[in-house]
Design a protein. Structure first.
Length: 370
């Protein structure tokens, strides 16, 4: 798994690369041929032969010399030769070396950057902007875009209101992190008047405003554990309504996934068994969420290639991710899911910039990144 800390990073292989498993030194010629092979395979999706490498690498090498270098790279597990072809394709280890040491990230085209700025800044609804971010990642990369919803425990309570519905049903409206509005219907043990609900809201706002939802939940739990005789009925009712409002959700944190059908267009993912496993993982969500959770506390862009994810369903996929923040707190992760044969130099800046713009859109006090 690779962490990218800036988009200004580019390859410099004047220094020789050491294969960490064997200790064998790869010289500049070997690295150049590996770089050429990976780039050509990403572009064409076909095994790369010696003649193509000789032409594209810019090296004045004979086909025999290139074949010898390819044999060495194959011995190192960086490339392999499909049984139906004399050409070679990169392995997961080959992609990893390419991404870590040989890749030059390309800046976004101005029209794509303008589109991201525009579409992520025109909506006021946080749920909508999450969906927009996922859709943009999918459309711009022609792969699958995924964005986790902001984690509620990271959010701070700003204001709460209760409105009476029929019988014992009460509509709760609470605001978090400056502008995010949440609605929830709770069922109380008795019927409350509008004035009683207003008093309960005033009480909760006076003691919990500005605190994170997780601390509010814990404080409410502690309040109800203590001697309730010291509280008047109004305070007790307010605390119980807060418990109903902020009790831990039974469902796992969710995400928005867009463009998963794009993956069917890649030949390496067209196998029905592979697609079935992949779409089952998308449907069940737990594996995807666990994988994205690993990216929550890391800086910069992270990349999982093939089996590096630890989940069999993603053995033929790569996941490029970045976390996004609200009020300087990391609250979620977004990314692109595609084949290992993806244009990493283009996907990485899409993910990096979209994460920054999404954070800015969710937090109006943030300045938009350039």
């Amino acid at each position: 798994m690779r962490r990218w800390h800036s988009l200004g990073w580019s390859a410099n292989y004047d220094l020789l690369e050491v294969d960490v498993r064997t200790g064998q030194v790869l010289n500049e010629r070997s690295l150049q041929l590996l770089k050429t092979l990976v780039e050509r395979y990403i572009s064409d999706g076909q095994p790369v032969g010696s003649r193509v490498l000789s032409k594209d690498s810019g090296l004045n090498l004979s086909p025999a010399t290139i074949r010898n270098v390819m044999a060495d790279l194959e011995d190192l597990g960086l490339v392999h030769s499909p049984h139906t072809s004399a050409g070679r394709v990169p392995t997961v280890s080959g992609y990893r070396l390419f991404v870590d040491s040989l890749l030059t990230v390309k800046p976004l085209q101005s029209e794509d950057l303008s589109r991201l700025h525009q579409e992520l800044s025109i909506t006021d609804n946080n749920g909508d902007v999450i969906g927009v971010a996922s859709r943009l990642l999918s459309e711009l990369t022609r792969m699958a875009g995924v964005v986790t919803l902001p984690r509620r425990e990271m959010l701070c309570l700003r204001h709460i209101e209760f409105l009476p519905l029929s019988n014992t049903r009460v509509l709760v409206i609470f605001v978090t992190n400056e502008q995010e509005v949440h609605n929830k219907i709770i069922h109380t043990t008795k019927v409350f008047s509008a004035s009683e609900l207003q008093q309960a809201a005033n009480y909760l706002n006076s003691i919990y405003c500005g605190r994170s939802l997780v601390s509010v939940r814990q404080a409410v739990f502690e309040e109800l554990k203590e001697d309730q005789a010291r509280m008047n009925q109004g305070m007790l009712d307010a605390i119980k309504m807060a418990q109903l409002t902020f009790e831990q959700d039974s469902e796992k944190e969710d995400y928005v996934l867009t463009g998963e059908t794009n993956l069917m267009g890649f030949s390496e993912l067209a196998d029905m068994d592979l697609l079935k496993k992949l779409f089952e993982a998308f449907s069940q969500k737990q594996d995807v969420i666990h994988l994205l959770d690993q990216c929550m506390n890391a800086e910069g862009v992270q990349i999982f290639i093939g089996e590096e994810s630890g989940y069999q369903a993603f053995d033929h996929c790569s996941l490029v991710t970045s976390s996004y923040s609200i009020s300087d707190e990391v609250v979620g992760v977004l990314g692109v899911i595609g084949p290992t044969r993806m244009a990493y130099e283009k996907v990485i800046p899409y993910v990096d910039i979209t994460a920054k713009l999404l954070g800015a859109a969710l937090n109006p006090k943030s300045s938009s990144p350039s």
